[in-house]
Design a protein around this ligand. Structure first.
Ligand code: FES
Length: 81
């Protein structure tokens, strides 16, 4: 299943990138993949990909709550529209 449709990145690929590079937040992830840098629709799922495999539903809910505050580096964010 694609998480980031704009860049055709699958969940398994993102989890591999997170694991291999020790990504802990969206800024870390942005340094290794363009995921989330176009429309931004995938930011909530990208946050979830940063969580460990055994994350609880509460942790996943907290990650989705952070969606509105999630920021990518300003040079990676394109204008919406
Ligand atoms: S779906 Fe990821 S940037 Fe658009």
């Amino acid at each position: 299943m694609f998480v980031c449709v704009c860049h055709a990145l699958r969940e398994s690929e993102l989890k591999e990138i997170v694991s291999r590079n020790g990504c802990r937040n969206l800024d870390d992830l942005a340094g290794h993949t363009p995921a989330g840098s176009q429309c931004g629709c995938c930011l909530m799922e990208l946050e979830a990909a940063l969580l460990p495999e055994d994350a609880t539903d509460v942790e996943l809910e907290e990650a989705s709550d952070k969606e509105t505050s999630a920021q990518l580096p300003s040079d990676k964010v394109l204008e919406e529209g």
